[in-house]
Write a protein that binds this ligand. Sequence first.
Ligand code: ATP
Length: 456
Amino acid sequence: MPVYSISHVENVRVCVVMVGLPARGKSLIAQKIVRYLSWLSINSKCFNVGSYRREIATDTVVDAEFFDPKNEVGMNYRQEAITRATTDMMKWFSDDNGVVGILDATNSTRDRRDKILKLCRENSIEPMFLESFCDDQDLIMQNILDVKTTSPDYLNRNNEFAAEDFLKRIKFYEQVYETMDQKADADLTFIKLVNVNSQIILNRIESYLESRIVYYVMNLHIKPRSIWLSRHGESEYNLTGQIGGDSNLSERGWRYAKRLPELVLKSLGEENKHTNLTVWTSTLKRTQQTSSFLPYKRKLQWKALDELDAGECDGMTYEEIEKTFPEDFKARDDDKYEYRYRGGESYRDIVIRLEPIIMELERQENILIITHQAVLRCLYAYFMNVPQEESPWMSIPLHTLIKLEPRAYSTLVSRIKADIPAVSTYKEKGTSQLGELETGTASKSRDLIRDSELAK
Ligand code: ATP
């Protein structure tokens, strides 16, 4: 049976029009929305007008004066950039069945927003304005130092010049900036975030898709934090190659559980060794046993973190599944993301049940999650933007702690191996055999290579 996403049910297409002065987090919010919706199989894409401008304005100096509203050359380039971005976006909506397009630019005047509104209406696309308003000068300066001094606009310029020039650029934008207003923009659909999320103004949010975006954006915060992911220690079922079940840890699995507190401390470093983490596990014994030596008081169990339900195949080995249900075995290899076990779940089903977990993770600070292979792949795919068809094939070995550190435009990943051997539970496509024993020490295994590629 096909699984429909929100967008199929409603048949709505939305253009999210970002609004706000430079360095207000618009690009970051836009990229996060695209990552979240793509993870939910909603076809989404961000069109960043700054990148278009950089592509075309190659024969002129782009410093603060370029953004002076009286600078004709600058204004022409900027107009050309927005025209190209909106044209590409409309083409993407029609040719690629786009569902949520995000126009990432300052869109700071009512005149500009009216033009986009008109274009959306002509193309039967719902416009939704998303403004990030921020007058916290310390935060703005911090944002400039964090991401703007390294922008391609300041290649070969030092940080001091870049920060000063960027502040001047903002001043030019301020001359013409018109914030979203409940009276003047009463007829429009908009979200206005004031100083991150200390106040949120919502106006005429209508479709379900729009309300999902609102709910997601409302939960975002920008405090630095880390997320740790670990599979449970090796289990008795892992030793026999059986899938599913609710078995206890093996002797080596218990050794991993005892080692885990030390691995977490190592990843925190000396300065942060007193950081308090919250530990989330599934409701299955092997994840709780793995968490049992961790010294943190807050430990929560989530049913949503339980392993993929293998239905009629629960408790079988891959060899037994191949013999008993050869067609299912092949169907799963052909499309592992969509394949649903008889009476059980698919990867897509897991993503749907993990959505509240993702939402809560966005709200939280330091969290350590101990869960299972398939669930971990889906969580990891969200943070690292891994395409759905690839995520079920990622290797996430036992006895390895993964630390994710979300940054403005990327996520840093480190993997800390416990140095305790464990069986491999990784099955290649087209075989029922599992990999060889993992030594548990850092090696050139495929997962490490994959991480360094993604973290760039
Ligand atoms: P520009 O218009 O120059 O492209 P921008 O508004 O897109 O700027 P970003 O490049 O996304 O700004 O800036 C990222 C910085 O903004 C990050 O340091 C991030 O922590 C911070 N940030 C994220 N969300 C918000 C928010 N709601 N309010 C203020 N700052 C935020």
